[in-house]
Ligand binder design. Structure first.
Ligand code: NAD
Length: 362
């Protein structure tokens, strides 16, 4: 066997199962922390109160103010509450937005983080933080923001609405897909990526019809954990860059944007990443990776057109310009016209088209 790779495994303790949230006080103590401030969104404040009650004497209260895109103003308010409370740990209960706030606090104070994810976004497994200030989003990668411990409790994901389960799940699949053709990919992460796609693509179609199916919930959360590991370990490419650009420029919802763009990004990269495509088709049980993802999204009843989630038609040219503005690594070279066509198809909700451009076919 002739292979060569570098793999930095991340030091995160993971507990996975049903009813695992009951161990929250034990896990906080295991971090060497005395008092934990619970973070949530306003929508999940009730869940936050429940976790605070489980923490008992170790609870330093609840901050139910997390919002999308981790704005620095919100972080500063939370920072004041954290200092006032005397907490030496945060327990982030929710999706990527809440986890982002916990990471932003850890970056500024070194406070320990225990995350209890309730979506499939995967942020809990990554050393990545995106923050916004004055409408600009910046992203950093640092072990300083990596959570120390994660409790996955399948029971906490039951309330995730069917539509959000679908798009959040495809958002997770996107991490696994791009890990398979990452420049710094390695065999361990590729195993995780393939199993992630297999688990999520089999669980999600069940969940949209039966959101309370616990076996499927467990399978989806397991797939999301694996996807988070992929995102945390290797670099992403065209799909994530494109979603970042589209989301930031047109203020599009995060998980829906990923759900719409993924099949098109896969079609674009297919000619340059045959091994990744083989793994995706194995995992999906479909003859073609891009078409298989498109069919999955259709079966989930999730949005398929950027036009339907608020992207204006006259934004296509601007998006194409922005997408090629700063160079980044991708398995297939980025050309403006091909990216423009990709965005146009995603905007209209058309099927992805795998085309090898003349300059590469020659
Ligand atoms: P989110 O955290 O914004 O949550 C969306 C909404 O769903 C919120 O109102 C939340 O309270 C609610 N919700 C969450 N779980 C629920 C549940 N089980 N039941 C009912 N309601 C629930 O959405 P998200 O998709 O998890 O996260 C998106 C954000 O995370 C984006 O800002 C994205 O950039 C970021 N993200 C970061 C990373 C990273 O590694 N840094 C990775 C993935 C996503």
């Amino acid at each position: 066997m002739n292979m060569s790779f570098t793999y930095d495994a991340l030091p995160i303790r993971v507990r996975f199962g049903r009813g695992t949230v009951a161990e929250v006080a034990t896990e906080v103590a295991r971090l060497g922390a005395q008092r934990a401030l619970v973070l949530t969104t306003p929508q999940q404040a009730g869940e936050g109160e429940r976790i605070a009650a489980l923490l008992g004497a170790a609870s330093a209260g609840v901050f139910p103010g997390a919002v999308m895109h981790t704005p620095v103003e919100v972080t500063e308010t939370a920072l004041a509450v954290l200092r006032e409370s005397g907490a030496d740990c945060v327990v982030s209960v929710g999706g990527g937005s809440t986890t982002g706030l916990g990471k932003a606090l850890a970056l500024r104070t070194g406070v320990k983080q225990l995350v209890i994810p309730t979506t499939y976004a995967g942020s809990e497994m990554t050393p990545i933080l995106g923050e916004t200030q004055d409408g600009r989003k910046t992203t950093l990668r640092s072990l300083d923001v990596l959570p120390e411990a994660v409790i996955y409790d399948v029971d906490l994901t039951v309330g995730l609405p069917a539509a959000l389960s679908a798009t959040s799940g495809v958002n997770a699949i996107a991490h696994a897909v791009e890990a398979l053709y990452a420049r710094d990919r390695n065999p361990v992460i590729s195993l995780m990526a393939e199993d992630s796609i297999r688990s999520l693509s089999s669980a999600l179609p069940i969940l949209v019809h039966e959101p309370g199916n616990m076996e499927a919930r467990g399978m989806a959360l397991y797939g999301a954990w694996l996807a988070g590991c992929c995102l945390g370990a290797v670099g992403m490419a065209l799909h994530h860059k494109l979603c970042h650009t589209l989301g930031g420029t047109f203020n599009l919802p995060h998980a829906e944007t990923h759900t719409i763009v993924l099949s098109h990004a896969v079609a674009y990269n297919a000619p340059a990443a045959p091994e990744a495509m083989a793994a995706i088709t194995r995992a999906l049980g479909a003859p073609d990776a891009a078409q298989g993802i498109f069919d999955l999204v259709r079966a989930l009843g999730a949005p398929r057109a950027l036009a339907d989630i608020g992207m204006p038609a006259d934004g296509i040219e601007r998006a194409a310009d922005l997408a090629v503005e700063s160079p980044y690594w991708n398995p297939r070279p980025i050309t403006r016209e091909a990216i423009r066509d990709l965005i146009a198809r995603a905007h209209a909700g058309e099927r992805p088209v795998a085309a090898v451009p003349a300059e590469e076919a020659a």
